[in-house]
Structure formats: structure tokens, C-alpha cells
Design a protein around this ligand. Structure first.
Ligand SMILES: [Mn+2]
Length: 321
């Protein structure tokens, strides 16, 4: 495994221009990994032009400012895609414009975009992979790099709670905290502050979601509803993990209407049945217990609910694990 980390470093060395991209709807793992990698490269190679690109996230603005690129010279520019398994989810990138590409990700592989891909599904987060990259290549950790990586890891692990939080995660974090002086407890407040409108919306979801007999909870969120509560579709993403520890719920689905893209966004979580195969059969994908899909209409949403309900029923009977 350490070979691929070295190979990526060698590639980075070669190019004067480096563009670092990640998925649409960025989370702290995507952003923190992007900013940490940019700073690492800039510190080691001050003459290189390094751009962290993608749409700005108002919620996580405090993590850093994203760059704009004017034009791309195919031959001397390296594109690094972080935290994104699907081509269509890469933010602000036309892959045709690049002939040198690297991917670093911890999601199961969906689309292969390069011959140099570091995919480690056992890693908690892309932030964890960036930390491995630092140690394998003996790069210098600064406090701001450490802060971005810390936020990346705590966010994707739900503060070291979700699956894929391993001994390795703690080993790397401990090593990082010993080397730097970051006040890590102060990083939680900006990450977890939420507007009251979102809390009220959360109350609505908990009150109105349906729960089937087998233990599938689901809620249909229309754009009108989002408007009524003054929240955007990203809000449901912040609420979904709150249902992880509910006796009666094994699988839960948030179905959010997105009129602009003419789709219904399905976010699915599980604390038992493996759900990503069903998500994949609807054109989506993801982890075993956290998946998503973009659906074409509400009929498809209903059929997804039925499929997950059957899966959960089988699971409860002990037929599938
Ligand atoms: Mn991630």
C-alpha cells in the first residue's frame, strides 16, 4: 500500500500546476482533505500553482477559500480528485480537459478515472488517507493542515463513532496531535453549530416520518416543505445521522425533491441490512450502511421503499445479513 502513496507523491512532483477537486455538496472530509493537500503541496513546492476548486459551501466557509482556474494546460496540469467515486459527482471538472489524473478515495470504486487510484475502503475518511500520505512521504504537518484533517476525520466518522473508525484512525490521529499544537476541542463548535430553522425542520421530520413494521423509516421532503422551513436540501444530510440509535428503526430513507435537476435524492442509512446493492440497482451507490441514489420520480421512490422494506424484513427473519 505504501507504494501507491509514494507514486502519487512522485506524480505531484512532476507537474507545475495541480488542481484538487472533490464531490458536489462538499462535506468537511472533502473540504478538509482538499485544503490540507493544497497546503502540503504549497509548503513543499512553493513555485507550483495549486488550486482547490469546486462550489463554495456557505456552511463550511470557515474551513477555507476555494480557487478559480482560468485555463488549463492539459500537458502540465495534474488533476487530483478526492473523496468522489462517481464521475458525475465531481464538482466543477470536465475530465476531458485533463490528461493526467489521480484519485484518492475511501468509497467503494464506481468509476475508474485514472491508472493511479488510491482507493482504501477500510479508511474512515479521505482525511485519514491524506494523513497516511503525509507520513509515508515524510511531509511536514502544520497546525492548519492538522486542523483540516481533524475536521475531515471527525466529520466522516461522526466523532469516531461510525464503522470504519479503526485502531489505525486513532494511531494516526494520536501521532498527529503529538506533533502539532491544535486545540482540537475548539474545532467542534464551528462544525456543529446549526440554525434554529434546521432544528425545527428536524422536529418536523421526526414527527412525520413513516415507520414500517419491519423497521424502515422514510420521509418525503418536497421543495415546498424546504421552503416552508427556510432550509435547503443539505439540511436533511445533517439530520439523517440523528436516527442511528432508535429501537424501532433499522433502515431509514430521506427522499428529497430537487426540481432544478428534476430528481428525487434518496439518502439511505442502515444499522443492520447491507443497503448499497439496492442503492446501486437504482443507479446510486455508497457504503454498506450509508448509500444514496438519484431517482427520476416519486414512483421510483416508492419502489425503493418497498425494496428496502423487503430487505429489512428478510434481515429481521435472519435470512440475510
Ligand atoms: Mn469522505
Amino acid at each position: 500500500m505504501s507504494n501507491i502513496y509514494k507514486k502519487i507523491y512522485k506524480e505531484i512532483k512532476k507537474y507545475p500546476n495541480i488542481v484538487i477537486a472533490r464531490h458536489i455538496g462538499p462535506d468537511p472530509d472533502a473540504l478538509g482533505s482538499q485544503f490540507a493537500l493544497k497546503e502540503l503541496i504549497k509548503n513543499k513546492f512553493p513555485k507550483k500553482n495549486v488550486y482547490a476548486i469546486g462550489a463554495t459551501s456557505s456552511r463550511f466557509k470557515f474551513m477555507g477559500i476555494l480557487d478559480k482556474i482560468e485555463e488549463i494546460n492539459k500537458e502540465n496540469t495534474l488533476l487530483i480528485v478526492l473523496d468522489t467515486p462517481n464521475i458525475k459527482r465531481i464538482d466543477s471538472v470536465d475530465l476531458e480537459q485533463y490528461s493526467h489524473i489521480i484519485k484518492i478515495d475511501h468509497h467503494p470504486l464506481v468509476d475508474k478515472i485514472s491508472t493511479i487510484e488510491l482507493i482504501d475502503e477500510t479508511a474512515s475518511s479521505t482525511g485519514q488517507l491524506i494523513l497516511e500520505f503525509i507520513y509515508v512521504n515524510h511531509l511536514t504537518l502544520t497546525d492548519s493542515i492538522a486542523k483540516n484533517i481533524y475536521m475531515a476525520i471527525i466529520s466522516d466518522t461522526g466523532r469516531f463513532m461510525h464503522d470504519y473508525t479503526t485502531n489505525r484512525t486513532f494511531e494516526l490521529i494520536t501521532k498527529m496531535l503529538k506533533k502539532t499544537n491544535i486545540d482540537f476541542t475548539s474545532l467542534y463548535e464551528p462544525l456543529y453549530m446549526r440554525p434554529l430553522s434546521e432544528i425545527r425542520f428536524q422536529g418536523y421530520i421526526f414527527e412525520n416520518m413513516e415507520v414500517t413494521e419491519s423497521g424502515v423509516a422514510y420521509i418525503k421532503i418536497t421543495e415546498d416543505l424546504l421552503k416552508k422551513f427556510g432550509v435547503d436540501s443539505a439540511s436533511s444530510g445533517n439530520i439523517i445521522s440523528e436516527l442511528k440509535f432508535v429501537n424501532e428503526i433499522l433502515v431509514w430513507i430521506f427522499l428529497t425533491e430537487d426540481k432544478k435537476n428534476n430528481i428525487i435524492r434518496a439518502n439511505i442509512r442502515s444499522r443492520g441490512p447491507v443497503i448499497n446493492e439496492i442503492a446501486t440497482s437504482y443507479g446510486g451507490g455508497g457504503h454498506k450502511y450509508a448509500s444514496g441514489a438519484r431517482l427520476n420520480n416519486w414512483q421510483q421512490a416508492d419502489s425503493l421503499i418497498v425494496d428496502l422494506d423487503e430487505l429489512t424484513e428478510e434481515y429481521t427473519k435472519g435470512h440475510v445479513k
